[in-house]
Write a protein that binds this ligand. Structure first.
Ligand SMILES: [Cu+2]
Length: 511
């Protein structure tokens, strides 16, 4: 059966079931009620020396601004979910209770967890069924900015709000006057409330297309994936809010600021910081070696990537950090206000036209890597057979997917080539990887250690990782529709046996 990603089927179904999409149970929590406040106060506790967080997965009415509301799926009633901030060396416990009427699971993105804590239904655990709970426990050994999100039917669940930020502060954390997270997402006001339906595995041939022209759906001269995305998503969301309710940062001249940008959405975004020079100190939570000061330079942040930025507030005014989707600039484009004491938010200054983009291959100072001798080499060809309606890795589609076999101790090189017309932010679970070359040119700047690498159309990258965390680890595109459209591979350690048995009665949807 040909797999279609959820977005397209959702779009098509609009015409079929428009009459029944409002039958959602609205007996849910409003995020403004005092009940919610009480609950949030119970989130963090220290028990037997462990930092314990309780995350209830609930439906909630969510106001992006005064006009745009959605029936969101949330952690503890908020979007993004509660920020989890711990210190290096902490033991972290997440008690997850599923109060939705569909199964779910939590993946801690980028953080190297033991296999049974990776939160991938059908690969590392059975999905958490409605009414049930699961406890995740991690050792916070590697400082950085990470995020947590559902890995069950991500195209639906993360899109509906199941994401939050996870920060491990280093033991020697520098002091900042402001240390804030900026989570970027986007929303479609064509909200279909299709929660729980398995869009990913529908056979288009069985569907009543409600008069829609099939020719437009096959990507040949019609509406391909990118166009459909641009039609649907029309609202930028920053920290759960849309303009004009995006929260302003109030600053004082001289403040030292650290901003942690996280892309929890589906579009590659461009970020442009006006009026101030800045440094990019971390990629995906991992330090950049000797980062230079940047002026008038924008950076791209693809789905699931994180960038940490530092600067000093030395240019009083009311500024707007611009964030926009390059491919959909007209509709997905917003400003995050930074307002100095004595200035008003009303007139924000944005950056002038963008003159240059951050280049990961030359930024920062180079440093010798001790990678060891390569013991396994693999290819990862990112493709599409049908004009970007579904996606492949080496011609294969999940669940009949490419398996990369490794043994503990292997040094594995993977050559990734994007033979499609759209970005693919490729995420490896379980290990960080070093990016060693781009389009045949070795990395000339700081080492680039990442968990998610955006491979743009026509690009080739070589990455190297050391196999030191036994398990079966997904290696997939983090544009969830591409993943549900087949773009998932897996790294498997020879002889590894997962600690759980897949339950055939549980609908595990890992992609
Ligand atoms: Cu992709």
């Amino acid at each position: 059966m040909k797999k279609l990603y959820g977005m397209m089927v959702t779009f098509a179904l609009t015409f079929v079931i428009a009459g029944c999409v409002n039958n959602v149970d609205h007996s849910v929590m409003d995020h403004n009620t005092s009940k919610q406040t009480e609950q949030n106060q119970e989130i963090a506790a220290t028990v037997d020396g462990k930092k314990v967080f309780n995350l209830d997965v609930t439906e909630a009415h969510w106001m992006f601004n005064d006009e745009i509301m959605t029936d969101a799926w949330t952690y503890n009633g908020t979007m993004p979910g509660e920020e989890i901030r711990v210190q290096e060396g902490d033991t972290v416990v997440l008690n997850v209770q599923n109060l939705l009427d569909v199964p779910t699971a939590i993946h801690l993105h980028g953080f190297p967890v033991p296999h049974e804590m990776d939160g991938v239904p059908g690969v590392t655990q059975n999905a958490i069924m409605p009414g049930e709970s699961f406890t995740y426990e991690y050792e916070a050994t590697v400082p950085g900015t990470y995020w947590y999100h559902s890995h069950q039917d991500g195209a639906t669940q993360v899109d509906k709000g199941l994401y939050g930020v996870f920060i491990v502060e280093p033991a020697n954390q520098k002091p900042y006057d402001i240390d804030e997270v900026i989570v970027i997402d986007e929303h479609s006001t064509m909200d279909m409330n299709m929660g729980g339906m398995d869009h990913g595995n529908m056979d288009m041939g069985n569907m009543n297309m409600g008069g829609m022209d099939h020719g437009r759906m096959n990507g040949e001269g019609g509406m391909g994936h990118a166009q459909m995305m641009n039609q649907m998503y029309d609202t930028m969301i920053i920290n759960g809010k849309a303009s004009p309710q995006i929260e302003a940062m109030s600053v004082t001249e001289g403040d030292k600021v650290k901003l942690r940008f996280v892309n929890a959405g589906l579009f590659t975004q461009v970020v442009s910081i006006p009026g101030h020079s800045f440094k990019i100190t971390h990629y995906d939570g991992q330090p950049v070696n000797e980062p230079e000061i940047l002026n008038d330079t924008a950076f791209r942040i693809a789905p699931a990537e994180r960038y940490e930025v530092e600067f000093e507030m030395n240019n009083p005014g009311a500024w707007g950090i611009q964030v926009f989707a390059e491919e959909n600039q007209e509709r997905l484009n917003t400003l995050i206000p930074i307002v100095y004491d004595g200035y008003e938010e009303e007139e924000l200054q944005a950056a002038e036209a963008i003159s240059s983009f951050l280049d990961l291959t030359t930024y920062g100072e180079s440093q010798e890597l001790e990678l060891g001798e390569i013991t396994k080499e693999y290819d990862m060809l990112l493709g599409t057979d049908d004009g970007e309606m579904s996606f492949t890795i080496n011609g294969k589609q999940f669940p009949d997917h490419e398996i990369y076999e490794v043994e503990e101790g292997d040094v594995v090189k993977v050559t990734i080539v994007n033979d499609t017309g759209v970005d693919h932010p490729m995420h490896l679970h379980g290990e960080f990887f070093n990016v060693v070359s781009k389009n045949g040119n070795p990395i000339a700047g700081s080492p680039v250690l990442k968990d998610t690498l955006n491979v743009r159309p026509g690009e080739t990258y070589e990455i190297v990782f050391e196999a030191k965390n036994p398990g079966n680890w997904l290696f997939h595109c983090h544009e969830f529709h591409h993943a549900s459209g087949g773009m998932v591979a897996e790294v498997q350690y020879q002889g590894f046996e997962p600690a759980f048995t897949p339950d055939p009665n549980i609908p595990n949807i890992p992609e």
